[in-house]
Design a protein around this ligand. Structure first.
Ligand code: PRP
Length: 182
């Protein structure tokens, strides 16, 4: 185990099982769908989850990415979401979008993105997250697909970072307090 990690919260096996289950749910829900199924990964945290999920979905989804920055002013309560890298594709009206995230915290990022994509004319918009921290919600938001709920601990790994580190861990762990309190 990485020496910044206090304990493993979600194992590689649990991530694999959750991803397999969600892929099957998506295949079931979009069977016979006549639109273009697009997995829209939100950089950077969604990268590992998106790459596992896309391999397991049998209905051959298309892939897009966006990058947004939450809390532009540097405070977690500002609630502002800024688009850093936008969706560039034409004919968004043909697309059934599933926004893919590593984690939902306040709910502001996904809430904003759903509204934004609908305004741009997407055929449909759903959301998918590996982890959900419902205890941290500031706006009401329930994802359509969810791997598992996690408690309000400082989690890193499988896309989640602390100061850009730990994203590449193959599991989700709780960070040792001394790492972020120094
Ligand atoms: C994280 C996560 C979501 C967002 C969730 O991204 O990947 O995009 O925060 O928080 P919210 O529900 O409070 O809006 P972050 O801004 O840390 O960027 P990153 O993915 O590049 O690490």
């Amino acid at each position: 185990m990485n020496n910044g990690i206090l304990k493993i919260l979600v194992t590689e096996k649990e991530i694999e099982e959750a991803t397999t289950r969600i892929a099957a749910e998506i295949d079931r829900d979009y069977a016979g769908n006549n639109g273009r199924l697009v997995l829209l990964g939100i950089l950077k945290g969604s990268i590992p989850f998106l790459s596992e999920l896309m391999k397991k979905i049998k209905s051959n989804p298309e892939i897009e990415v966006m990058k947004v920055s939450s809390y532009g002013s540097g405070t977690k309560t500002s609630g502002s979401v800024k688009i850093i890298l936008d969706w560039q594709r034409e004919h968004i009206e043909e697309c059934d979008i599933i926004v893919v995230e590593d984690i939902i915290d306040s709910g502001r990022t996904l809430s904003y993105l759903c509204q934004y994509l609908k305004q741009k004319g997407a055929k449909s918009v759903r959301t998918c997250t590996l982890l959900d921290k419902p205890s941290r919600r500031e706006v009401e938001f329930v994802p359509d697909y969810c791997g598992m709920e996690v408690p309000d601990e400082f989690v890193v790994g499988f896309g989640l970072d602390y100061d850009e580190r730990y994203r590449a861990l193959p599991y989700v762990g709780v960070l040792k307090p001394e790492v972020y309190s120094n």
